[in-house]
Design a binder for this molecule. Structure first.
Ligand SMILES: [Zn+2]
Length: 390
C-alpha cells in the first residue's frame, strides 16, 4: 500500500477527537467496525459513516486517491454490515489490519487534490447507533466555488455585503513567563522570551491586516493556564493562539507542530508535550487536580464539539501555511491533539510549537528576527485563510 502525506498540503481536513472517558483504565476495550455506509447529501457531498463499537481514536493518512482512517487498538471484522449508495465519491472501502491498528482505506474515484474540502467528526452513540466517524467529501475546485458565489452575490441585492465583515478578534498567548521560563536552549535561549517576541510581532501584523489582536501578557509575567484561556473568553475572541517553542531529549529533533485540544493525546509525543506544557500550572498548584475533570466537562457540551471542529480546521490551515513558508515540520503528523489546559475554553484555538529550542540550529533560527518574521507571516496567512463564519 502506497501512502503519501502530500495530500495534507492540498486539502483541508476537519477532524475532532473527543477521546475516552476513563483515562485511568489499565486497558481499553478493543475497537472494531460495526458497519459502514455511504450516502449523498442534498448539497452533493458524499458522506461516509464508519460505525465503531467503542469510541474511536484515529488519525488520517492521505494518499493519491485514498483516505485512510487509522483506528488505534482496533481489529478488522469482515462480516460487518455495509450499505453503499450510488453516485458517491467513494469507490470502495477496505479494512487492513496493521498490528494493533486497523486501517480503513477509502478509495475515492478521483484524486484527493480534486476534493478541496473534506471533514470528519465523531458522533456519540444514539438510538441504535454506536459511535460514528462521519467523513464528508465535497468535490470541485476552490476557484469554481468562489466564482459561483461572486456571481450570485452581485445579482442578489438582498445578499448582505460580506466585505463589510466584522473585525475578528484574535487573542495571542505568549507561553510561559515570569518564574516559568518554559524550555531553555543549549545556548541559553528561553522559550518565554522568544515566544513573547513572536507574539508581539504577530499582534502588530494582525492589527495592520485589519484584525483586533490582544496579548495575554505583554511583559515577563507569569499567568496560570486557565487565566490565559479565560482572557480569550473575556475578549470574546474568535481565535485563541498559544505560541510556544519545543524541547526534545533528542537534540536532533527539529520542526514545528500544531496542537488542538483533546482529552486524550493523539500520540506519545503529544502526551509528553501536554505534560510539559501543563506543568506550567504545577508551579502554582491550585486548581490543577480539577484540570482533567474540567476538560471532560468542557468537551461534553455540544458547543465544545463545534469549537473542536473549528480549532481543527484552523490547525490544519496553520500547518499548511507553515509548510508553504518552508518552515521545517517535526516528523510525524503536523497537527496533533493533546489535553492542553491553555486551550480549554469556548474559543476555537490552537497551540503552535514554532520549533525546537533543544536543537542547536533551530535555537539560532528561533532567536533571529528574520525567522520570527517568517513564522509571523505564516500565522497571519493562516488567519486570513481561516473561515471565521463556519
Ligand atoms: Zn511551551
Amino acid at each position: 500500500m502506497e501512502i503519501s502525506r502530500r495530500g495534507i498540503l492540498q486539502i483541508s481536513a476537519l477532524g475532532v477527537v473527543i477521546a475516552g472517558l476513563l483515562p485511568r483504565m489499565a486497558f481499553a476495550a478493543r475497537n472494531s467496525v460495526r458497519s459502514m455506509r455511504t450516502g449523498v447529501q442534498p448539497n452533493g457531498k458524499t458522506r461516509l459513516v464508519i460505525e465503531t463499537t467503542a469510541r474511536p481514536s484515529y488519525s488520517l493518512i492521505y494518499g493519491e486517491n485514498t483516505l485512510t482512517v487509522r483506528l488505534s487498538n482496533a481489529a478488522a471484522d469482515n462480516a460487518i454490515e455495509k450499505k453503499w449508495a450510488s453516485g458517491t465519491l467513494v469507490k470502495s472501502v477496505s479494512q487492513v489490519q496493521d498490528g494493533d491498528a486497523l486501517n480503513v482505506v477509502a478509495t475515492l474515484n478521483r484524486s484527493i487534490a480534486e476534493i478541496p474540502k473534506n471533514q470528519i467528526m465523531v458522533l456519540e452513540p444514539n438510538g441504535d447507533n454506536e459511535y460514528r466517524l462521519v467523513l464528508d467529501f465535497v468535490a470541485g475546485t476552490k476557484t469554481a466555488v468562489a466564482s459561483t458565489k461572486t456571481e450570485s452575490d452581485t445579482s442578489d441585492t438582498d445578499t448582505p455585503k460580506k466585505q463589510i465583515a466584522k473585525k475578528h478578534i484574535i487573542v495571542i498567548d505568549a507561553g510561559h513567563g515570569g518564574k516559568d521560563p518554559g524550555c531553555i536552549g543549549k545556548g541559553g535561549t528561553k522559550e518565554k522570551t522568544v515566544v513573547l517576541s513572536i507574539a508581539k510581532k504577530l499582534q502588530t501584523q494582525l492589527q495592520s491586516a485589519g484584525f483586533i489582536a490582544y496579548l495575554t501578557r505583554t511583559g515577563d509575567t507569569y499567568l496560570k493556564l486557565n487565566e490565559r484561556a479565560s482572557i480569550g473568553e473575556q475578549r470574546r475572541a474568535d481565535l485563541f493562539l498559544s505560541i510556544h517553542a519545543n524541547a526534545n531529549p533528542s537534540r536532533s529533533m527539529k520542526g514545528f507542530s500544531v496542537y488542538t485540544l483533546s482529552e486524550k493525546a493523539s500520540d506519545e509525543e503529544a502526551q509528553k508535550l501536554a505534560d510539559a506544557e501543563n506543568a506550567a500550572d504545577k508551579i502554582d498548584v491550585s486548581g490543577f487536580e480539577q484540570f482533567s475533570k474540567d476538560i471532560r466537562i468542557a468537551l461534553s457540551s455540544l458547543q465544545q464539539h463545534a469549537v473542536a471542529e473549528m480549532s481543527q480546521e484552523y490547525a490544519n490551515g496553520c500547518a499548511r501555511a507553515f509548510n508553504r513558508a518552508s518552515i521545517e515540520q517535526q516528523p510525524g503528523p503536523a497537527v496533533r491533539h493533546a489535553p492542553l489546559a491553555v486551550l480549554r475554553s469556548t474559543v476555537p484555538g490552537a497551540l503552535i510549537e514554532c520549533g525546537h529550542l533543544s536543537n542547536k540550529s533551530e535555537e539560532k533560527l528561533l532567536k533571529s528576527s528574520a525567522h520570527q518574521d517568517k513564522i509571523v507571516s505564516a500565522i497571519v496567512r493562516s488567519i486570513k485563510n481561516y473561515d471565521f463564519e463556519v
